[in-house]
Design a binder for this molecule. Sequence first.
Ligand code: HDE
Length: 679
Amino acid sequence: MGEERKVNSQSKNEQLEHFRADDKDKILTTNQGLKVSEDEFSLKAGDRGPTLMEDFHFREKMTHFDHERIPERIVHARGFAAHGEFEVYESMKEYTKAKFLQDPAAKTPVFVRFSTVAGSRGSAETVRDARGFATKFYTEEGNYDLVGNNIPVFFIQDAIKFPDLVHALKPEPHNEMPQAASAHDTFWDFVANNQESAHMVMWAMSDRAIPRSFRMMEGFGVHTFRLVNEEGKAHFVKLHWKPVLGTHSLVWDEAQKIAGKDPDFHRRDLWESIEKGDYPEYELGVQLLSEEEEFKFDFDILDPTKLWPEEDIPVKIIGKMTLNRNVDNVFAETEQAAFHPGHVVPGIDFTNDPLLQGRLFSYTDTQLIRLGGPNFHELPINRPVCPFHNNQRDGYSRQTINVGRVSYHNNSLSGNTPAPATEAEGGYVHFQEKVEGRKVRSRSESFKDFFTQATMFWNSMSEPEKKHIIDAFSFELGKVKSKSVQQQVVDMFANVSTVLATGFAMAIGANPPEAKVSENRKSSPALSMLNTKKLPNTRKVGVILAEGFKDNEVMSILEALKKEGIQPEIISENLGTLKGEEGMELKIDHTFLTCDSVLFDALYSAGGKNLNDKLMKEASYFITEAFNHYKPIGATHEGINIIAGLEDSPGVITGEEPKEFSSAFIEAIAAHRHWERQI
Ligand code: HDE
């Protein structure tokens, strides 16, 4: 009360500064502050004698080590995070009183954690899976968490089924296989017997589930929430994050290979981009519906297996988030971050979506076991930047030293404080939705159409995207052992598209399904990634180089690429430097051993006079793989020999004149994938 609640983008940083510990140049001590004289040998009775119980330094060090791990998240265990800030473009006063959405001049600190869902904490990052996209806004009214995914719908409609879904998705319990993969019997058995999953399965089998980068994926709040303004008027809202670089994916073969070559591919990409100053940016979008429009659609807006087509309900872009600082310590920040969809601020409220309602219970519950008690809000990463006061006390690892003897309400000894605030003073008042009904355990009739939007998704895909979906089903079900489960899935997806179900039925040797659905239902072009923004910025190009390269030409091509924000990295036989024919030197970043074709967005074969057989062989392996992954390939001078046979294919650029070559190559890089190739 009466405390300063002003927040700017510095404030979280300043707060974290208070907790940062830099051990460099310091004297080694025990946790009690005692200076340690020896840290290599335990205390023994004689040089060759037994270790003594008395060795408190050994016991403290070992005990702490023994307790270094905490339980990983039951889902979303593998994640990576960064700090940043959010700014709103224009006041959202008309729709919400949330303070951080009022003033375009204000910057709100944020912390964002991206994650996969199924895999354990050490699993590979490019697996086929939904990605978590959880944002904590440290606002002056308290923390607001937008705990979303990169897919706008969910597998189930009611939270009570979440443990079943996750049990089916996780490695099978008898042999703990497969890790971080849905390509196994129990997952598909769940799908076929819980057909509300159809729509999200379509997304999970699409290229959306193998993003190129955290920087290039959309985020969705999934549920319908409410925005409430100062006058108490509410709107239904769906929340979106739109990446400024557009939405882009890997191809499946590439994703699997990266999982082995660089299991940290996504975190490395995020970390390095921020270190280089290529700050990831996402625009915040809202789809808004008035209370009166609740029943206007052929789906129920409370059903989390449905999206709101952007062509019918446009996404209004209202602000931008920039991630501009890597964490100092992954455990202290990323691992200990505790998100919760129930962390809201005045002006943001819930709906009766039964998935959301269940999540409101689950997230605190999970932190209690994971973070060891009820005081996780005191951890530096979770602390609000505004003051907080209440009568909660004690518990494991309590850090606050509450003074005074009053810890109850109402009281007279402390002037009846801490006291609740009225709505006018910023107190959170729940939206007074009228609710009446019988106590029932049932699914609303309005939730029972499982397939219309799954078909809409299919109809919205381009031809290459459709092919990838059929391939993904064929892969996943090809790994399923049960013939019965395979056939059930074929029959289920015949409700989505006969072409789709027949396509993968053939691949897995199942019976083709009966036609159940006409293919000409609605489509939503916004769902196709082919319609996303295509930019060359931050794309990584592997430059294959040999001694005696054409210095002037190659240098000017590299400069032209860099000017567009493209990042060339030199690959050759050995590390060190290479000399061009005029004597210019270039530092080599990778050898063919330390990198791989799959780790680049494009390859440029520049060659050099000393292009020997070994280099030719290794380079052409890289080129063939990039070609098979539909990536842009450029070649000049002797480098053209390496790509022999591919010159006339789409997305393959050759030439001698640097200016012309660069502009054609940059254009090919901006297109990302050249699906027109016949492979
Ligand atoms: Fe979560 N979810 N979830 N979830 N979820 C967790 O909370 C849960 C759902 C999401 O980076 C857990 O702290 C239930 C939808 C993200 O730390 C847990 C249901 C969406 C993250 C949990 C859902 C999400 C989680 C595990 C069904 C997209 C990672 C660790 C009703 C809108 C946050 C934790 C981070 C994490 C429960 C469904 C997103 C167990 C019961 C739908 C991004 O509490």
